[in-house]
Every structure is written in C-alpha cells, then in structure tokens.
Design a protein around this ligand. Structure first.
Ligand code: ADP
Length: 648
C-alpha cells in the first residue's frame, strides 16, 4: 500500500516536472521566434520612417536655399512674396508634403504653399514654435506637434534661410505622418518623443499618452509650446513584466491589471529628436502553444504511465497464467494417472463382468430350454388332468341320470307313465346341463369375461341340492336365508328347523326375489362344488352336519357353505384354489372343484374365500354382487325346475 502510494507520488511529481519543462521549453522557443519577428518588424519600420524623414529634410534644405525664398524673406516685396508663394505651392505639390511655408525672422509667416486657401498659414505668428527657434539659431528644426492654425498634427522640419551670410528667416515643411503607424490594433506600433509621449500610434486612444512618467516642468513646456494643442498628458498603463536574455525586447502588459494582455515590446531609435519606435507583439499565441504543448506532454506522460501500468498488470497476469497453466498441467497429469489406474481397474471389472454376462446368458439359454421342455411336459400333464376334470364334472349329472333312468324304468314297469314322462323330461334337462357343463369347462379354460347375467340365488341352490340329494340323505342339512327380504316359510322343503335357530326355508316358492349377478348355471355349478366338497369332508364323520347361509346385504349376496368336518389343514389353506391341487386319494379328487368355483366367483365380479371354523369344520364364503329384484331375468337358465323334475 505504502509502496504504491510512493509510486503514485513520484509519478505525480514527475508529471509536474515534465509539464513544467514542456511549458518552459515551448515558451522560450515561442518567445524567441516572436522576438525575432518583432525585431524584423521594428527594424523595417524604423528604416522606413528614417528614410522618409531624411528625404524631407533634404527637401527642406533645397527650399531654404531657393532664391525666391531668400528674396521674399529679405526684401518682403509683394512680387517676391508672390513668386515665393508660387514656388512653395509647386514644390509642396511635387513633394507630397502637407504644407511648405517660410517664416520671417520676426516669426511671421510671409509665404506658404496654401497661400490661396482660407486656412492659409500666411500672416500667422510662429515665434514660439521650437522648430522656428532652432532654425533662427542656425540649426535644423525637427518637431512634431499639432498645427496652431490647421489643428492638424504634423512633423515639422525647418531650415535656416541665409541672405548675404545672414539668417533672414526659416523655411518649414510640414508632413502628415498619421498614415505611418497604420491602424493594426492587434500588433500596436507607436513612436514616442524624447519625453516618452506617444505622438504617432496605430491605436488612436493611445495618442498623446506617456509611456513613462513625465516631469511637471516638461509637461509645462509641452503646454507652453502647444505641441499637442494643450491636450493633457496621461500615462499609458504599460507595466514591464519580464526582461529577456536578448536586450532588444521585453515583455510588458498594457492596460488595466487583470484583463490586460501581454506583449513583446521591441524598441528602435528613429531620426527625430530623441524619438523611439516601439512595436508590440501579442504573446497570446506563444502562451497557447506552450499550454497546448504542456497538455500534450502531460497527456502523453499520463498515457505512458497508464501503458506502463497496463503492461505491468498484463505481465503479472501472464505470469499468473503461466503458473496456473503449469499447476493445471500437473493436476491434469495426476488426473490422467488416476484415470488410467481406475480405467485399468474398470477394464478388469468389465472383463470379469463380460465373462459373468456370458455365463449368465448361457445359463439363461439353458434355463429357457429347460423351461420350454418343462412347459411341454406340463402341458401334456395338464391335458391329462383336464380330461380327468371333465370326467369329474360330468360324474355328478351322470350319477343323477343313472338314478333318473332307474326310477323311470321302475315307473314304466309300474305303469306310471306320467311320472315316467316327467323323469324323461328331467333326463333331457340333465343332458342339456351336461352339454352346458362342458361349455363351462371351456369357458374356465379360456377365462370367460364376467357377464351381466342375473339369477335367483334360491333357485340355483335348490338345483344344486337337487343334484346332490342322494349324498345329502345321510347329512343333516340346514338352510337359512336372512336379510330384509327373507320370506320364511314354516314348511322346510328338506329338513326341519333345529335348536340353533335355523328356520326351514321353502326354496321353491319364495326367494325368486333375491338375485345375484351371475349366470344361473355357473352359480349352481359353484355351489355344487362347494357342497360336494363339504359332503366329501363329512364322509367319515359320525354326525355329519351341513349349514348353508344366504345373507342379503344392500349390494351383496353372501352364500356360506359350512360343515362340521375335519376342517382344512393349515398347509393346505394357501393352495386351496390352485387348479389340480387336491388332498384326496387318486381317483377321488382332481383338484378342480374350488378352482372352478373361484373362477366363477371372479368372473361374476365376486369372490370365494375359505376359513376354518372355531368350533371345527370348514366354511366357504361365496360373495356375489346383488342384482335389483326387477332385473332378474325371466326364464333364466337357473329357473326352478318343475316339481315333476324332482326324483320320486
Ligand atoms: P377335489 O375336491 O377334487 O380335491 P377341490 O378343488 O374341490 O378338489 O378341493 C381341493 C381340496 O380342498 C380338497 O382336496 C380338500 O383337501 C380341500 N377341501 C375342500 N373342501 C373342503 C372341506 N369342506 N373340508 C375340508 N377340506 C376341504
């Protein structure tokens, strides 16, 4: 921080030094050029003025020595004066002087080039004029003043006029020099007399002002000679500012302090009595040049500093970048090494994985082949079992057919032909039913879609019981129908009500109202399977009992088939509904009954479940969707068979 501050301070000091040097060098060079230009101008102007004055001085001498002039002054005759007037007029015109005139020794003007004009000098008194005094004193008179008659400023040159060795008067040439300094106010030019009073100036306002203090005596003398027509002599505020190495010029300020401009002043002596030519050249341009050069140098210096700073920063950044790149390359090499290590591990793992995959693929192929083989074997086994299943399903109606046909034979032998006909009709119905069973088996195999057929529950149960009535003989059966619509009939069609509250139910007449969504024949088939299983279980029981409960809920109908058999072994329960699962000895069971019943329940949108009862025995619950009573299809396949169909 401190180092940076020191650098900034040093740079600031250097900036100031460089700017100061630039200012000084440019200033000095500019002033030198300006001085040289001013010197050339001053020399040229001074030479021009000197030449003019000397030329007219010679002319005044010639006029003074002209015979007509001497005669006029000496004799004062009118003719001589007239000749002198004409001569002066002619000479003045040719010399381009202002006025040429001659003055008698007593100071009276006797002849003049403007003799014929109203403001003629003739007759005027010039005794007090210094140039007259000089001429009478045998000296050349040189004087600048304002004309007493014409009131026009002019330069007067006078020469003594000799006649017979005596001065008889003076010849005077008045020149108008007002044109000489010009009117350029930007580069003023003026001539001061020996007292420092400006009498010729390119700036009109500076005329008759003194560039230095004029003593009172001198001022009084100027006043007395009416040199400047009595105008007050004031100071021109010209203040020296600085002297230069070259002595012929210096820097001054002209005007009131503050806004007054700076000039380079050059002075030259000119032929007049103590006259000085002064030229002023404004130094503004030099100041401007110096200022511009300083600004340019300062700007350049600052730019260089900034460039240097930028270069340093960039170099530092490049250094950092190089270092960073080296670090990065190192890290990259390290990373590469690690990646290679890891890749080697991965490659090994990959190779192992590929080996495993190949092994697994081979195992899978073998498994698939084994599976296909097994499937083929299973299919064949299933085919055999299915054939056995069909036999199983048809055994029940076949047994019934046998009974019906035996009974019919007996009835025919007795001559009870009407009953025999009824039995034959029942036999026909059973044959239809067998056909339907085989169809159902087909449906089972093909997973029939659940239909919307409806059937009365009581009718299906009655048909099932009807088919199994032979086997039911030795079992105590109790049927209970319960629910809002239960219509209990005191006359049970099978067995009387017992002490457990089972009311006798007449399934033939009443419960046509209670219906479930299920095809009548399929419902019947499910019930037959459940009841037949219960009868199988009850075979070895001493007091076999079978309960069938039909419970009607608002949306469901539940049929529970319960027995007091040995119940279902715990290990059998999970496999109960598997097709072809049976615990029965060969030839007795095919393991299809519960699978078919379960399939029917599912197809009808219901379910079949099994449980062991706490008091012993098994219970199978068939839950179906309850159908609205009015929707029970008339003439359903499960419609109650006519009483005549009952075996007699
Ligand atoms: P199957 O009757 O041909 O054996 P099922 O599918 O009908 O085939 O029955 C499967 C098994 O369920 C039976 O072998 C039996 O072990 C058992 N089972 C069915 N009903 C009962 C029941 N009421 N009591 C005890 N076990 C039963």
């Amino acid at each position: 921080m401190t180092r940076r501050l020191v650098v900034v301070l040093v740079l600031a000091a250097a900036l100031v030094a460089v700017c100061a040097a630039a200012w000084r060098i440019t200033w000095l060079r500019g002033i030198d050029v300006l001085r040289q230009q001013a010197a050339v101008r001053a020399d040229r102007t001074a030479t021009a003025l000197s030449d003019t004055l000397e030329r007219y001085e010679s002319l005044s001498y010639l006029v003074a020595n002209h015979p007509a002039v001497g005669e006029a002054l000496d004799t004062g005759s009118l003719a001589a004066i007239a000749r002198a007037d004409h001569y002066l007029e002619d000479a003045n015109a040719h010399a381009h002087a202002d006025v040429t005139y001659i003055i008698r020794a007593d100071g009276l003007c006797v002849a003049a080039s403007n003799w014929g004009q109203p403001d003629s000098f003739v007759g005027a008194q010039y005794r007090f004029r210094p140039y007259f005094v000089d001429a009478i004193g045998a000296r050349v008179g040189r004087f600048f003043g304002i004309g007493t008659v014409s009131h026009v400023p002019g330069y007067y040159i006078s020469q003594p006029v000799y006649r017979n060795g005596h001065i008889v008067g003076a010849a005077v040439l008045k020149l108008n020099l007002e044109w000489f300094p010009g009117t350029d106010a930007n580069e003023p030019l003026f001539v001061v007399d020996k007292h420092g009073v400006i009498f010729l100036s390119s700036v009109g306002a500076w005329k008759y002002r003194a560039v230095r203090a004029v003593p009172d005596a001198v001022a009084a003398s100027i006043e007395q000679t009416r040199q400047y027509a009595g105008a007050p002599i004031n100071r021109l505020p010209m203040t020296p500012v600085r002297a230069l190495d070259a002595a012929d010029a210096r820097i001054v300020r002209v005007g009131a302090r503050g806004a007054s401009p700076y000039y380079l002043l050059a002075e030259r002596a000119v032929p007049g009595p103590g006259w000085q030519l002064m030229t002023l050249a404004p130094v503004d341009s030099v100041v401007d040049d110096a200022r511009n050069a300083t600004a340019a140098v300062g700007f350049g210096f600052i730019s260089l500093c900034l460039l240097g700073f930028y270069w340093r920063t960039r170099r530092a950044r490049l250094r950092d970048m190089v270092k960073g790149r080296a670090r990065l390359q190192k890290a990259y090499a390290e990373l590469n090494r690690r990646v290679e290590e890891r890749t080697a591990d991965l490659s090994a793992a990959n190779a192992q994985l590929q080996t495993e995959v190949a092994e697994r693929s081979r195992a899978e192929r073998e498994l698939r082949a084994a599976h296909a083989e097994l499937l083929q074997t299973s299919k064949l086994a299933a085919l055999g079992q299915m054939a056995a299943g069909i036999t199983h399903e048809l055994n029940q109606p076949l047994a019934a057919l046998r009974t019906f046909s035996d009974n019919t034979r007996v009835l025919i032998e007795r001559g009870e032909l009407a009953d025999a006909r009824d039995n034959l009709e029942a036999i026909g119905a059973l044959t239809d039913r067998m056909g339907k069973i085989t169809n159902q088996l087909k449906l089972f195999v093909g997973r029939a879609r659940p239909g919307n057929a409806r059937s009365p529950v009581a009718a299906a149960l009655r048909n099932a019981l009807h088919l199994l009535q032979e086997r039911l003989q030795r079992v105590s059966l109790q049927v209970r129908m319960c629910g809002p619509e239960c219509m209990l009939d005191p006359q049970a069609w099978t067995k009387p009500c017992d002490a457990n509250g089972y009311a006798p139910v007449d399934l033939a007449t009443e419960q046509a109202e209670l219906a479930a969504y299920c095809d009548g024949l399929r419902l019947e088939q499910a019930l037959i399977n459940l009841i037949a299983n219960a009868l199988d279980a009850l075979e070895s029981m001493a007091a076999p009992r079978l309960w069938i409960d039909i419970d009607a809920g608002s949306n469901t109908v539940t049929i529970t088939v319960r027995d007091n058999g040995p119940g279902i072994p715990v290990d059998v329960l999970p496999r109960l509904f598997e097709p072809f699962f049976t615990t029965k000895e060969t030839g007795k069971g095919l393991g299809l009954g519960l699978a078919i019943a379960s399939s029917i329940a599912r197809d009808c949108g219901g379910s079949l479940s099994a449980r062991n009862e706490a008091e012993g025995g098994a219970a199978f619950v068939l839950a179906l969707r309850r159908a609205a009573d009015s929707t029970v299809a008339a003439g359903s396949t499960a419609a109650a068979p006519p009483d005549a169909a009952r075996p007699r």
